[in-house]
Design a protein around this ligand. Structure first.
Ligand SMILES: *[C@@H]1O[C@H](CO)[C@@H](O)[C@H](O)[C@H]1NC(C)=O
Ligand SMILES: *[C@@H]1O[C@H](CO)[C@@H](O)[C@H](O)[C@H]1NC(C)=O
Ligand SMILES: *[C@@H]1O[C@H](CO)[C@@H](O)[C@H](O)[C@H]1NC(C)=O
Length: 368
């Protein structure tokens, strides 16, 4: 009997091991581009007014023991969670951090920057931030470092086959550029929404083609979320708690439709590339409308800094109000989702169907 059980146990382990290996390898690295939704600390190193390395940001982030890291949320970002789930052993290091050198970059690098946008002018009220042009310039530097770590041919394989690139950007081009009440009145007077969005798409196309030229092949692009539904916009326009502001959402939808066409075109024209569209707009809209079904108590109020003293510039800081149950709120601060929301989003992107992530989900993209 004993040996029978021992044999069964051994068989079980072998079966698990083979099962795991056959299911595809771990993701090698994650290269992250974008704005504050996925910034993991780059702005800590910039003289910027957009900062998140102050408490209580990071209060639920285990890896730092609850200390702020520069993430604009209470815990992990969507990219942190996706990286963990796909088997990357470490979080991608911020490009501007001193330890983004040597072998650490082989787990990936994060170039995202709070207040950054597709257009260089976006976010300039925050003085300093990395726009997407500069983020791609920085990846070009990393690209050369990977060449010297692995040798040119292995470096190409590493980037093309075992790395995922993600780009989460566009919200600041509206919130901190086109829609800004004062600073950019110029561009709003001189440009129709259509012309502005066409500029964004043209620039974005060029930026994505540059990533392709630098050997990115598996590329996930998030569309712009329902930016008219974030607490910041609700406060600004004094809408009811369960009502969204119309214009920002209309602009986001208009942009998202053109983004979808752009990615279809890039998939047709760039051999070997897989551009995956993450439909964050529909996903987050559903969470905001049906928040109770997801276990939240509110989607209209932020957990930290709702209506705080520095609302807008430092949305969540030591003097802000703070809710007691951080996972009961869809929004952590007036702009950014809580870790609880990030978890829901990440799971859908990893395993969801083509309504949310197309033409394939992130697990399928990894195993491609
Ligand atoms: C890089 O430094 C940060 C901040 O000190 C730390 O949290 C992180 O674990 C380090 N990452 C690596 C890969 O060394
Ligand atoms: C934006 O800035 C980058 C980096 O400084 C520069 O290369 C690029 O030409 C600029 N783009 C525009 C449209 O001015
Ligand atoms: C990367 O940098 C090199 C110069 O070191 C430059 O020649 C090349 O055009 C850059 N590539 C991209 C896609 O920006």
């Amino acid at each position: 009997m004993k040996s029978y059980i021992a044999a069964l146990v051994v068989f079980f382990f072998i079966w698990c091991y083979i099962g795991k290996a056959a299911k595809g390898e771990r993701l090698g690295a994650s290269f992250i581009f974008g704005d504050s939704i996925v910034d993991a600390g780059n702005n800590n190193y910039l003289p910027s007014l957009s900062k998140a390395n102050i408490p209580p940001n990071g209060i639920d982030f285990k890896a730092s023991g609850g200390n702020p890291t520069g993430r604009y949320t209470n815990g992990r970002t969507i990219c942190d969670i996706v990286g963990e789930e796909l088997g990357v052993p470490n979080y991608a290091v911020p490009f501007l951090a001193p330890n983004s050198t040597g072998k650490a970059i082989l787990y990936g690098v994060n170039y995202a920057s709070g207040a950054g946008g597709i257009l260089n002018a976006s976010g300039r009220i925050f003085v300093n931030r990395l726009g997407l042009d500069i983020q791609v310039d920085y990846f070009n530097i990393t690209r050369k470092q990977i060449d010297s770590l692995l040798g040119p041919s292995q470096a190409r394989d590493f980037l093309m086959k075992t790395s995922i690139f993600s780009v989460t950007i566009g919200a600041n081009d509206f919130l901190n550029n086109y829609l800004l009440p004062v600073v950019s009145i110029g561009s709003r007077i001189t440009q129709s929404p259509d012309a502005f969005i066409n500029d964004m798409i043209t620039r974005f196309s060029g930026q994505l083609i540059r990533l392709y030229q630098l050997d990115a092949r598996k590329i996930v692009i998030a569309n712009v979320g329902p930016i008219g539904c974030i607490p910041y916009q609700k406060t600004l326009y004094q809408s009811n708690e369960d009502e969204c502001v119309e214009l920002p959402n209309k602009l986001a939808l208009h942009y998202n439709a053109k983004l979808k066409d752009l990615l279809t075109e890039l998939n047709e024209n760039l051999p070997g590339a897989t551009f995956v569209l993450a439909n964050v707009y529909d996903l987050v809209s559903d969470i905001i409308i049906n928040y109770e079904n997801y276990g939240f108590t509110t989607s209209g109020k932020a957990c930290c800094g709702n209506g705080g003293r520095y609302a807008g510039i430092i949305p969540c800081g030591p003097t802000s109000s703070l809710c007691s149950d951080h996972s009961s709120h869809v929004f952590w601060d007036p702009y950014h989702p809580s870790e609880a929301t990030n978890l829901i989003i990440a799971k859908k992107l990893l395993d969801g169907d083509t309504k949310i992530i197309s033409p394939m989900n992130l697990r399928q993209l990894r195993d491609l």
